[in-house]
Design a binder for this molecule. Sequence first.
Ligand SMILES: Nc1ncnc2c1ncn2[C@@H]1O[C@H](COP(=O)(O)OP(=O)(O)OP(=O)(O)O)[C@@H](O)[C@H]1O
Ligand SMILES: [Mg+2]
Length: 233
Amino acid sequence: MSALLEVEDLVAGYAGSRVLDGVSLSLDAGEAVTLLGRNGVGKTTCMETIMGLVKPSSGSVHVDGRDVTGRPPHVVSRSGVAIVPQGRRVFAPLTVEENLAIAARKSGEWSVKRVYELMPRLAERRSNLGSQLSGGEQQMLAIGRALLCSPRVMLLDEPSDGLAPTVVEQVGKILVDLAQTGLAILIVEQDLRLAFDVADRVVVMTKGQIVHESTVAEFRKDAARAQALLGVG
Ligand SMILES: Nc1ncnc2c1ncn2[C@@H]1O[C@H](COP(=O)(O)OP(=O)(O)OP(=O)(O)O)[C@@H](O)[C@H]1O
Ligand SMILES: [Mg+2]
């Protein structure tokens, strides 16, 4: 098994409903892949199942050859995967600095200082409460928090959600910089410009299965296929 993240035939869902119906995808070290699909097809469930937040009923998740299928989130986190969840979920009553301090580890490549260097806006806002931040600042904080686990794979669930276009661009730049450091990125996005700026490869999910895989360049050339799969283009 050579991929850094290898998801095979994953089946998962919620009481009485099967959402993932045999999802397979893989991510190499340093690669950025965008997971696209219409609303409700199971993109968030896929990320949450990889992260151990939803238990799969079958299939497997390997990180760097290590089987983490169905393991709790802190074990998956230790194996090198971090999630930036849909809706960001920063702690509103805590300051930026406190939000980061909670996530900080004693060792690892990332420190609060390095997060501030990557996103100086967070340093400027370090004493502000989570509830006082703009959407873009909250997104940066959520990214910073994930980075403090010093992940090798970062899962991002709709980072552009609710952000103004100029802010989406700033978040995109941060993600492109991160991809260049060798971090592998799996990004779910509705904003295709952001998805295509960040990713090298596209996978498309419909009804709990991956139905298309190609490079971003190939996908962009085929507007009819994009329209059929996503209803856009
Ligand atoms: N906690 C839950 N309990 C029960 N059903 C859920 C739960 N979370 C999601 N679902 C259902 O699972 C299906 C897939 O949801 P999911 O959030 O994974 O889709 P998604 O592709 O991320 O959608 P969106 O584009 O709207 O974010 C939907 O039918 C949803 O209603
Ligand atoms: Mg979702």
